[in-house]
Design a protein around this ligand. Structure first.
Ligand SMILES: [Zn+2]
Length: 67
């Protein structure tokens, strides 16, 4: 994903995908971590189209299906 410098500067940064996922897991909205080409760290985006599901969300959907 292309990131504009302004977006990068405004966004919260995470040192690893795991850190970003931890926050995404507890967020009220659906978020996906992505690697930023500018700062080489991780940001979260709510644009999830075409992105693969993180493990915690796959687990959630699996639970909902079996419930
Ligand atoms: Zn960035």
């Amino acid at each position: 994903m292309k990131t504009r410098p302004g977006v990068c500067a405004r966004k919260r940064r995470f040192a690893s995908e795991t850190d970003a996922l931890r926050v995404a897991e507890h967020a009220a909205v659906t978020l996906r971590p992505y690697r930023c080409a500018l700062c080489r760290q991780w940001h979260l985006t709510s644009r999830t189209k075409g992105m693969k599901l993180p493990p915690f969300e796959q687990a959630l959907r699996q639970e909902r299906k079996s419930a």
